[in-house]
Design a protein around this ligand. Structure first.
Ligand code: AMP
Length: 404
């Protein structure tokens, strides 16, 4: 069965086509700058040369049409006909309290995703455009939605409620939702497999450290707390997001600097984090290079980033009253040996003993980076959110078939 995985943004569509027999990616690519006369199309069919094109693509329906044309193209295609795509799975950022697992798309699901626009105004409308664009091009193909928030719906109220008037939760659903759920779920399962222990027995802290960053406390495979909140702004210091700050800074800074709400929102989401402290950029590679060259701001940015991550690890070890393993994943987590080293060096009180040689290896392989004597294991596990979306979609289709 072939499953097309779509991640639709406001001006981009990323895709991967999976053959679920072996869970292999048979084609991948993206359409960027949708809405412009010079949209960029990148297409990578397995075993064939890449295709790059620049053309006018003004909306998502045309972008999906373009993807389907490429997939069945006589020279570059990997399918004879688009009818070989049996289902489409979409990443959807916000499922609110309505979705604790992935679901097949129907009219009610679409209505609910629309109702959730106000919780994820930058993401959910774009995902909906993706769903409608697939529907327009392939009206008979079933679609599934896989939510970033769903995995964290197992959090107890003590973790998901904010200590503010409860009317805000009752009327407006203001609470912690958490994000990166597909990634936290995937790496926690992989961690159990690598440790050779049942997930049900484990207390894990998974650190998804990419441009956006969050960590999760996972007991018996269930998320019990996570650092992102009602929005992805809360929690860890990130590339351009502040993470946790005193909320009173918002009205204070607005008054002092004459900022509007939208300006302060943009400041905290786009002009803070590593970028603000290093004054160089948001990319950890750049920060590490500048730090090696003796740049004091880069060093401060790195140290704050590490310190704030380590504080969360300590907090979650206490929240779970124990810890078996820490997992690093995503762009920084998978690739930054210096960050992992700095975090682990300061977790010796938990019994973490890093194997510095394995940690320093440049490798994209899943691996344990602690010594056999380490009381808490630390793992590096490349995340694969697209695979989770493909698997969930596949499972939903199989379940539907067995019901019919
Ligand atoms: P993601 O959001 O998971 O795609 O992560 C993207 C981020 O990973 C980039 O902005 C970089 O900061 C970081 N990154 C990628 N490669 C490396 C590397 N070799 N060393 C340190 N950070 C890296």
């Amino acid at each position: 069965m072939n499953i097309l995985v779509i991640n639709a943004g406001s001006s981009s569509v990323k895709f991967q086509l999976y053959d679920m027999r072996e869970e292999t990616v048979i084609a991948a690519g993206k359409v960027e700058r949708i809405g412009m006369d010079s949209a960029i199309v990148t297409y990578e069919p397995a075993g064939k040369p890449e295709v790059h094109a620049v053309e006018e693509i003004l909306e998502h329906t045309t972008a999906i049409r373009k993807v389907l044309d490429l997939l069945v193209h006589p020279a570059h295609g990997v399918l004879k006909s688009s009818s070989e795509i049996e289902a489409v799975g979409h990443r959807v950022v916000h499922g609110g309290e309505s979705f604790a697992s992935s679901v097949l798309v129907d009219e009610e699901v679409k209505r609910e995703i629309k109702r959730l626009f106000e919780l994820a105004p930058l993401h959910n409308p774009a995902h909906m455009q993706g769903i409608l664009a697939v529907e327009a091009n392939m009206p008979d193909v079933p679609q599934a939605v896989v939510f970033d928030t769903a995995f964290h719906q197992t959090m107890p109220p003590v973790a998901y409620l904010y200590p503010i008037p409860s009317v805000l939760y009752k009327r407006h659903k203001i609470r912690r939702y958490g994000f990166h759920g597909t990634s936290h779920a995937y790496v926690s399962e992989r961690a159990a497999a690598l440790l050779g222990r049942p997930l049900e027995e484990l207390k894990l802290i998974t650190c998804h450290i990419g441009n956006g960053a969050s960590c999760a406390a996972i007991v018996s495979g269930r998320s019990v707390d996570t650092s992102m909140g009602m929005t992805p702004l809360e929690g860890l210091m990130m590339g351009t997001r502040s993470g946790d700050i005193d909320p009173a800074i918002v009205p204070f800074a607005m008054g002092k600097e004459d900022l509007t709400l939208s300006e302060v929102n943009s400041m905290l989401n786009k002009h803070s984090g590593l970028l603000a402290i290093s004054r160089l950029g948001s990319d950890m590679r750049e920060i590490q290079q500048a730090m090696a060259d003796g740049d004091a701001n880069a060093k401060l940015a790195f140290d704050m980033y590490e310190y704030r991550l380590r504080k969360y690890i300590g907090a979650y070890a206490a929240a779970m009253n124990g810890l078996d393993a820490i997992v690093f994943t995503a762009g920084v987590g998978e690739n930054s040996a210096p960050l992992r080293e700095a975090v682990c060096r300061n977790l010796s009180f938990l019994g973490v003993e890093l194997d510095e040689t394995v940690n320093a290896q440049r490798s994209s392989a899943e691996r344990l980076i602690t010594t056999p004597a380490s009381r808490v294991q630390v793992l590096v596990i490349p995340t694969n959110e697209e695979l989770v979306i493909a698997r969930d979609t596949y499972q939903l289709i199989l379940n539907r078939r067995s019901v019919i």
